[in-house]
Design a protein around this ligand. Structure first.
Ligand SMILES: NC(=O)c1ccc[n+]([C@@H]2O[C@H](COP(=O)([O-])OP(=O)(O)OC[C@H]3O[C@@H](n4cnc5c(N)ncnc54)[C@H](OP(=O)(O)O)[C@@H]3O)[C@@H](O)[C@H]2O)c1
Length: 125
């Protein structure tokens, strides 16, 4: 069985993609902060989902990813569908910094870690 991780599987595009992957016989690690939504997704196809509930902006996000890959016993595909975006008419820098923390910094950390993993294994996308 192929292995995938969908970051941001608790709603939206990531949730829909995770279902499609499971329907296509992937074993899918699903992440997000909303445990209830992740549980509901797992219930749709229990043998095909593994939940890891964590905030992508935490400093040890790579450790969480590594744990998930070890538990899945490999990784063929990673989908980064975690992201936020808010209208910011007041031009409050705090809002932009929070967005950058997830959409830029965490994205970069996750993609670098995962690409290095795939290069080591000589496979994966
Ligand atoms: N929908 C569109 O038409 C569209 C178009 C262009 C681009 N996009 C981008 O595509 C991505 C997904 O969009 P979507 O519509 O599927 O959005 P969504 O329904 O809001 O889903 C976002 C996902 O990111 C997770 N998330 C948010 N903050 C997180 C954090 N700090 N740590 C871990 N997970 C976090 C959410 O889970 P939790 O809340 O459970 O953590 C959720 O699973 C976003 O970056 C969005 O900007 C969407």
């Amino acid at each position: 069985m192929k292995k995938a991780i969908v970051l941001g599987a608790s709603s939206g595009i990531g949730n829909a993609l995770a279902k499609i992957l499971a329907d296509n016989n992937y074993y899918v690690g699903i992440t997000g902060r909303n445990q209830n939504n992740l549980n509901a997704l797992k219930e749709t196809n229990p043998d095909h989902f593994l939940i890891s509930n964590f905030d992508c902006t935490i400093s040890n996000n790579k450790d969480k990813l590594n744990e998930l890959v070890q538990t899945l016993d490999g990784l063929d595909l990673l989908v980064f569908s975690t992201g936020i975006g808010e209208l910011n008419e007041a031009l409050d820098a705090k809002i932009e910094n929070e967005t950058n923390h997830l959409n830029v910094l965490a994205f970069t950390e996750v993609v670098c870690w995962t690409t290095n993993y795939f290069l080591t294994k000589k496979r994966g996308i």
